[in-house]
Design a protein around this ligand. Structure first.
Ligand code: BES
Ligand code: MN
Ligand code: ZN
Length: 500
């Protein structure tokens, strides 16, 4: 695995395979670029004037064996218009540069991207995003391929360069946090990219148990324990599957003992065929990703334990498959959730809200300070927001505002939809307390309305990550497949909490 390390030193003297030097529109180099240019006498000038920056964000050019430069090559990374640079642009530039170098024989890089000016950003903030970008950009999921390319060459060392006068301690913390958050994200990606025949509820339980930390306690309930505890809604969805369900509870106690935790709840459908209301075959394979909410919770726990944050966290994951065996639950069935609420099943494919009813009710019973849940809950959310923002709904303005702030800051963005009382009409049942679907209109909202019945008066926010959790086209920061959506967002949200 690639290492990210802090280093200092003038660019021309670095004994590495590549210098990663930023340039912006107007062919403006940063301090270390100017150092290299000076040492190269006149040999670089023409290149820089003509094509090192075409003013196009993300453009790249390589120069080999430049006189006066110890590194074997220089990669110029174009930041485009300097005034438009944000922390997220730096994150992307770092990911792009890394990917450009992957497989080219380069093993070590001295990266000067944090010399770019980002309005309002500190050196430490810039270093954190450069770290995140490289590690997120380096992610691949190729364990099932013979793939000789893999052997070819991978970048081993990404040296994030800082000035000798910069605050070294803040920089070291920034690298540590960037690493923790990227590893949490990549862990969530790994779990979600696993196929459904490997990533089963049992497997998710084992993965939760694999997170070890002195302040972390993980309890995985098997089928029998779930029956005894009375998670009857989860059991109803599980009826159609031959595999056992799992209910995972994680407690992290990094803060004061008497402080109520933040509860994170995740939907863990390791495969959603829709049940008796079976889905069409097209893209049904993607329903292995229906456990991305659970993956986000596990990824956040990984990041938080790595960072050793001084906060308390409760994690709750309900996990099963939604299949259509002979005992499967059926449209028309009435089932009872953990908190006693009865649910008329109208559509067996609206299973996420059903298993979450038990998980949310259990979480609320633990008296947390607030609950945030993550779920690939509705296709309607994909239609509404696409892949650029997770749907945000909930009862607590404070929690929602905090999530919006962290979402904007980390570019792991959210967008709020309303939870007006009037929408509740759509999920009233003739014969039970609730029905599990509310018609075609406002599908994301009525799903959240359903969830609202299980959180009691705990401040609560729901993130519908159906559109953001995976992307079959890939993006600047993520290979095709799971994205780890929500891990950056919540990690930042919790870091801010820890500071309060
Ligand atoms: N896991 C799906 C939601 C989903 C669909 C996420 C496509 C990402 C992409 C969920 O369990 C589901 O099937 N929801 C139904 C609800 C409907 C029956 C009310 C949906 O959105 O179609
Ligand atoms: Mn479904
Ligand atoms: Zn589902």
């Amino acid at each position: 695995m690639m290492k990210v390390e802090l280093a200092t030193g003038v660019s021309h003297a670095q004994m590495v395979d590549v210098l990663v030097l930023p340039i912006v529109a107007g062919n403006k180099l940063t301090l270390s670029g100017r150092d290299a240019q000076k040492k190269a006498k006149k040999s670089m000038d023409g290149f820089i004037q003509s094509c090192a920056s075409l003013g196009e964000f993300g453009g790249m050019h390589t120069l080999y064996h430049v006189d006066g430069i110890k590194a074997t090559r220089i990669l110029f990374v174009d930041g485009g218009d300097e005034k438009g640079l944000t922390l997220h642009s730096l994150r992307i530039l770092s990911a792009k540069a890394l990917r450009q170098l992957q497989g080219t024989g380069v093993q070590s890089a001295s990266v000067y991207l944090s010399e770019l000016n980002v309005r309002g950003a500190s050196m430490a903030e810039k270093i954190q995003v450069v770290t995140e970008g490289a590690l997120m950009g380096a992610y691949t999921f190729d364990k099932y391929k013979k793939r000789p390319e893999k052997v070819k060459s991978e970048v081993q060392s990404w040296q994030v360069m800082i000035g000798a006068k910069d605050d070294q301690e803040a920089a070291a913390q920034a690298v540590m946090r960037g690493q923790a958050i990227a590893m949490g994200t990549n862990f969530a990606r790994d779990l979600a990219n696993e196929p459904g025949n490997v990533c089963t509820p049992e497997f998710l339980g084992q993965q939760a148990e694999s997170l070890q930390h002195e302040k972390l306690k993980v309890t995985v309930m098997d089928q029998k324990a779930i029956e005894e505890a009375g998670f009857t809604a989860l059991l109803a969805v599980n009826q159609g599957s031959d595999k056992e369900a799992r209910f995972i509870v994680m407690g992290y106690c990094g803060g004061a003992e008497d402080e109520a935790p933040v509860a994170l709840v995740g939907k863990g459908l390791t495969f959603d065929a829709g049940g008796i209301c079976i889905k069409p075959a097209a893209a049904m394979d993607e329903m292995k990703f229906d456990m991305c909410g659970a993956a986000t919770v596990l990824g956040v726990f990984k990041a938080v334990t790595e960072m050793n944050l001084p906060i308390n966290l409760l994690g709750v994951i309900a996990s099963t498959e939604n299949l259509l065996g002979g005992s499967a639950y059926k449209p028309g069935d009435v089932i009872r959730a953990y908190n006693g609420t009865t649910i008329e099943v109208i559509n067996t494919d609206a299973e996420g809200r059903i298993i979450l009813s038990d998980a949310l009710a259990y979480a609320a019973e633990q008296k947390p300070a607030e609950i945030i849940d993550f779920a690939t809950l509705t296709g309607a959310c994909v239609i509404a927001l696409g892949s650029q923002a997770s749907g945000l709904l909930g009862s607590s303005k404070k929690v929602k505002d905090g999530l919006k702030k962290s979402g904007d800051y980390t570019h792991d963005r959210v967008w709020e939809l309303p939870l007006f009382d009037e929408y509740q009409e759509q999920i009233k049942s003739e014969i039970a307390d609730l029905k599990n679907v509310g018609g075609r209109e406002a599908g994301t909202i009525t799903a959240a309305c359903f969830l609202s019945h299980f959180v009691g008066d705990t401040p609560w926010a729901h993130l519908d990550i159906a559109g953001t959790a995976w992307n079959m086209k890939g993006s600047d920061l993520a290979a095709k497949g799971a994205t780890g959506a929500g891990v950056r967002l919540i990690s930042d949200y919790l870091i801010r909490k820890a500071k309060q």
